[in-house]
Design a protein around this ligand. Structure first.
Ligand code: TYD
Length: 216
């Protein structure tokens, strides 16, 4: 069985990044080679683009420009990190990928599916993950957990998405759920509204299922 490209998706505050770290530890404890990475970013150029993408000083950013930035970063990420790791037999765990663009720039900002699909084709040749774990919880709960604005401001400032409205995040959540419904063979929905252990047991079950034949 070849190495798997597994993505972790969900709202800010959904717990996806915590569970990505736990998943990497779980896999490495089983002797698997794992590369953890993230978007936007994941390469020196991509992390530069990430800084531009999230900078709250840009007052008016066209949604198309947001998408172009993040897909530029993604192309570099695929070429420099993701494809070489997979070719070397290393599993790739990626915090966000194209589904985030479809949910945030599509459902959130209103870009059409056709426009984003055309850009995806140009930028990534339509590259898809093998499996996507969607950490799902209501937008209100995600906001309370991850986006305590006062706390984030203290920790180093708010980015352009931290200041978005609850209505925006509700659209993004619905966007993610719509994507999962459209591709049930790729998505696994993880109910992340509960405590960390309950969420982790669902993640471990998925890992067991997809890596079952791939354990040493
Ligand atoms: P991320 O680093 O996952 O932030 P956090 O750790 O706060 O969840 O992503 C930063 C922001 O970028 C996040 O609000 C979602 C947004 N984003 C998009 O809008 N489109 C994209 O394609 C990606 C990858 C991220």
């Amino acid at each position: 069985m070849p190495a798997s490209f597994i993505t972790f998706e969900g709202l800010d505050g959904s717990g996806k990044s915590t569970h990505l770290r736990l998943a990497a530890e779980w896999m490495m404890a089983r002797g698997l080679e794992v590369q953890c990475t993230h978007e936007p970013g994941g390469t020196p150029l991509g992390d530069g683009i990430r800084g531009l993408f999230l900078d709250p000083n840009w007052e008016q950013v066209e949604p198309q420009v947001e998408a172009l930035l993040v897909f530029a970063s993604r192309r570099q990420h695929l070429a420099e990190v993701i494809e070489p790791a997979l070719a070397a037999g290393t599993h790739v765990l990626c915090d966000r990928f194209t589904d985030s663009s479809l949910a945030y720039q599509g459902a959130g900002r209103g870009l059409t599916r056709d426009w984003l699909a055309a850009l995806d084709q140009l930028a990534t040749d339509g590259r898809q993950p093998d499996v996507t774990l969607l950490f799902d919880l209501p937008a209100e709960a995600a906001q309370q957990r991850g986006q305590s604005l006062a706390r984030r401001q203290q920790e180093g400032g708010l980015d352009r998405f931290d200041i978005e409205s609850l209505t925006f995040y509700r659209r993004v959540r619905d966007g993610f759920l719509g994507l999962a419904k459209a591709s049930p063979e790729r998505f696994r929905i993880i109910d992340s509204s509960q405590d960390i252990d309950t969420t982790w047991s669902q993640v471990a079950q998925v890992l067991d299922e997809i890596l079952g034949d791939n354990k040493p």
